[in-house]
Every structure is written in C-alpha cells, then in structure tokens.
Design a protein around this ligand. Structure first.
Ligand SMILES: Cc1cc2nc3c(=O)[nH]c(=O)nc-3n(C[C@H](O)[C@H](O)[C@H](O)COP(=O)(O)OP(=O)(O)OC[C@H]3O[C@@H](n4cnc5c(N)ncnc54)[C@H](O)[C@@H]3O)c2cc1C
Length: 310
C-alpha cells in the first residue's frame, strides 16, 4: 500500500516525468504497456489485435491541461486518429477512450464547457467513423463533472460509454443510475489513491464492491464492460452473465494492453467479446506509473532499464 501511494504520488511529479520521458526506454517496460509514441503505432497495434479477434479502445495519452490550445490539439489528435482507424477499416471494432482533463476540464472558469465541446467534436468524428467513445474516469473529485458531461453527450450520441470505479463508495448507486437500456458502463477497480472518506482502502472491500456493482449491471438493461485482470472477478462475471441469461456479445470483458494477453485470447476462443485498452503517445509517464503502482515488481525492471541506458 505504501509503495502504491508513493508511486501514485510520483505520477504527479513533473520533474520525474521530464527525466524519465527522455530516457530511451522504448524497448523495455514501456513498450509492454504502451503501443508507441505515434498515431501510426496505435493503428498498427489495433490492426494486429483485431486480426486476432479482439476489440480495441485506443487512448491518446496526454497530460492534464491548463492551456486551451493544448486541449484543442488533443481533440484534433483524436479526430485524426478516428479518421486513420476508419481508413484502415478498423472501425467499428476499434473505439476511443477519452480523459476530460486532457480536453481542458481544469481550465479556469469555463473548463467543463470547453472539455464538453472538445468531447463533442470527438464523438462526432467517432460517429462519422462508425464507432463510439468511452469517457475514462479520473479522481473522485471529477466524477460528478464526468457524469454531467456524459449526460450531455448522450443526448446526441447515445452510445457514449462511462467508466465507474468499484473503489468508490458511491459507485454501486451510480451503477443503478446507469444500468439502463443503451447505456455502456465500464466497471473497473479504480486506479487512483483515494481517501477513506469516499473510497474502500482494503483490497477485499474493493473486490466485494466490484461484485455488488457487477450484479447491478448484469441485472440491468445496459451493456456491462467488465474491465479487470482479476481471475476471480472474471469468473464471477461469467456466472452472472449465465444467471441473467445474457448472450455473449451483450456484455464484454476489457483488459489493458500488455496485461494477461493469454487470458484475453482464451476468452476470445471461448466466444467472449474482449476489448483491449491500447494507450499511445509521447506522454506515457503518468500512465506507466499507475500500472507500476499495481505491479511494483515491474519497477525493478524499469530501474534496471534506466541504469543500463546511462
Ligand atoms: C480496459 C480498462 C480501462 C480502465 N479505465 C480506467 C479508468 O477510466 N479509470 C480508472 O481509474 N482506472 C481504469 N482502469 C484501471 C483499473 O481501475 C485498475 O487500476 C487496473 O485494471 C488494475 O485492477 P485489476 O482489476 O486488474 O485488479 P488487480 O487486483 O490490480 O489485479 C488483478 C490481477 O491482474 C494482474 N495484473 C494487474 N495489473 C498488472 C500489471 N500491471 N502487470 C501484470 N499483471 C497485472 C495480476 O495477475 C493481478 O493479480 C482501467 C482498466 C482497464 C482494464
């Protein structure tokens, strides 16, 4: 828990980021989790994965921005990515995941309106390309804002998906609100270090919350997206799908690029729909640190790479 908190703290350190992002780590631990720095890397990896029967959601890695023009640049990167995916005939099996803080939500005064406008542009480009968008979820302080933006977007783009984090105590109630027809909900444990006042801190409690949330989603009329690598939770999801007589394809599993790839393919062979979350872009530092916080053993690997690159 201490390592996790320290690493999540490091994910917000600008100095560390500048040092690490300049290191030539591309063939080491970074490339295990990130498709590459360029749009063409994302398109190539998406093509490889869909060729194996997997679906994909692509995330353009970008920092939280306090600069309006940077937020516009991120939105344009998504529009360009969606055009490239469409041209490569990879949609509709490939959609995109979007983080509102990268689209300007933290800008003073009208940040949320700017993020909404940028997200709307991306949703329009996704619709034109024949695919969908999912709004990633960030720290607990942003949940209400993200759900407000989701409601706005769904008026014009009903298939925009949301992410809910089982770590948060409010999430079971949010699942009830969102388990409606046409609603796509990605359920994950939650990657952020949250205070006890709003979140479960114990792993067992997070897992039990995850199961309660899955029960709500599978019993509802929406489209559950079960985002976890946890074998017990994957098994329980399978039992819940059977109990609710859900056909394969009326829900899906989701896992991150580079994590449990054999399990991803095993589920596909069993006839399940599995979507891989593929991040790309030069700003991979915070994403990588969140992954290392979940698997500190990889940290030793990263440090060895840093040492040998000097
Ligand atoms: C598709 C997808 C989208 C996500 N979107 C969001 C989001 O929008 N917001 C958010 O807060 N979080 C998001 N997450 C991250 C999520 O909240 C968790 O932090 C992350 O998935 C780890 O939790 P877990 O359920 O896999 O369980 P854990 O208990 O962390 O892991 C279970 C098992 O998975 C394996 N595993 C886990 N991590 C690794 C690793 N790094 N390397 C190798 N094996 C590993 C291990 O076998 C481990 O025992 C997303 C996750 C996925 C899969």
């Amino acid at each position: 828990m201490m390592v996790r908190s320290a690493l999540l703290g490091a994910s917000r350190s600008d100095r560390l980021r500048h040092t690490v992002e300049r290191l030539p780590l591309t063939r080491t631990v970074v490339s295990r989790y990130v498709a590459g720095a360029e749009q063409s890397d994302a398109v190539r990896v998406a093509g490889e994965l869909t060729g194996e029967g997997l679906a994909v959601t692509v995330d353009h890695l970008a920092e939280d921005t306090h600069d309006r023009s940077q937020a516009t640049t991120v939105a344009q990167a998504y529009v360009s990515l969606l055009e490239a995916l469409h041209k490569a005939e990879l949609t509709p099996d490939v959609e995109v995941s979007v983080r509102l803080s990268a689209l300007g939500r933290s800008l003073p005064a009208d940040g949320e309106a700017i993020a909404l406008e940028n997200a709307r542009q991306i949703c329009q480009a996704a619709a034109d390309a024949g695919t969908t968008v999912t709004l990633d979820m960030e720290e607990h302080t942003t949940v209400d804002s993200t759900l407000d933006v989701l409601r706005e977007l769904r008026q014009d783009f009903p298939d925009v998906g949301a992410v809910l984090q089982a770590r948060l105590k409010r999430t079971e109630a949010d699942c009830r609100d969102l388990a409606q027809s046409g609603s796509r909900v990605r359920l994950c444990k939650g990657a952020y270090d949250e205070p006890e006042s709003v979140a479960f801190r114990d792993r067992g409690e997070v897992d039990r919350s995850y199961v309660r949330c899955m029960k709500v989603l599978f019993a509802g009329d929406g489209y559950p997206m079960i985002a976890t690598h946890d074998p017990r939770l994957v098994e329980i999801a399978g039992s819940l799908a059977a109990r609710h007589r859900r056909e394969q394809g009326s829900y899906e599993y989701q896992m991150l690029y580079g994590i449990r790839p054999r399990e991803q393919r095993r589920l596909v062979r069993a006839g399940e729909r599995v979507r891989v979350y593929v991040p790309y872009g030069p700003q991979w530092y915070a994403y990588l640190v969140r992954r290392l916080a979940e698997r500190p053993a990889d940290l030793a690997f990263l440090l060895r790479s840093v040492a040998s690159s000097k």
